[in-house]
Design a binder for this molecule. Structure first.
Ligand SMILES: *Cc1c(COP(=O)(O)O)cnc(C)c1O
Length: 225
């Protein structure tokens, strides 16, 4: 399938999901996750009008960046080792996986300007998942004040892999309520306006629960590699 065809299907579903809960579809941004596909396919996504690409490894991001440069905005969505920060920091527009102070410290040190970060929260509590626990979130965000190059633009989570839709929905709903708590702190460095949640299998539920950025790989660009 061409990316444009997949995109049309997804856009239709975004509109339907928004209608259900009375949201404006313009509030939902699609990030095309290109980690499974070639440079050519990523280029096709950009040609289809997608302005945001996501990668989860530094090597993958750098490879794509060499071809596409800053035509799209770049989102780093994978877990990030501190020693890799320097490889990507000049290339990315958003980091979706801030989950520890040592990483914040490194980002702060390596960047010459403010970096838009999402704090990744492990809402589902699965041990295999990265992210800070919901109980620790508020304290963690408060301690980011020390790092002037970090801006918390939002929260990110990954839902549990399950067919039980209610568990997925609970996870997204919990992230929304955490977002409200963060916003109530009214911290200048943590406006927390965005919610990065929803992937190929669950983005419609995520949108119903307030997602503003959905990260879509398989359903949009496929997994050709
Ligand atoms: C791979 C990945 C996605 C996209 O997954 P699909 O199921 O292919 O849409 C989204 N978010 C993260 C963090 C990922 O690693």
């Amino acid at each position: 399938m061409k990316v444009v065809e997949n995109l049309q299907v997804i856009q239709k579903k975004i509109i339907e999901a928004c209608k259900k809960v009375n949201r404006n579809p313009n509030e939902v941004k699609i990030i095309a996750v290109t980690k499974y596909v070639s440079n050519e396919r990523a280029q096709e996504a950009v040609n289809a009008g997608i302005l945001d690409l996501g990668e989860n490894y530094d090597e993958g991001l750098i490879k794509k960046w060499e071809v596409l440069q800053d035509k799209p905005k770049w989102h780093f969505i994978g877990s990030l080792q501190s020693r890799k920060v320097k490889n990507i920091i000049e290339k990315v527009d958003y980091i979706h996986s801030l989950d520890r102070l040592s990483l914040a410290k490194e980002i702060n040190k390596r960047s010459k300007s403010i970096v838009k970060c999402f704090v990744q929260v492990n809402v589902s509590g699965e041990e295999t998942k990265h992210g800070i626990s919901p109980d620790e979130l508020i304290g963690f965000i408060q301690s980011l004040e020390e790092y002037p190059n970090i801006e918390v633009v939002g929260l990110m989570t990954m839902a549990p892999l399950t067919d039980d839709e209610s568990l997925v929905r609970d996870c997204f709903r919990a992230l929304k309520s955490l977002q409200i708590k963060v916003q109530q702190m009214e911290l200048e460095f943590a406006p927390c306006k965005e919610l990065s949640m929803g992937m190929s299998n669950d983005y419609e539920i995520a949108i119903e629960e307030g997602a503003t950025m959905i990260r879509i790989g398989t359903a949009l660009v496929g997994e050709e590699k």
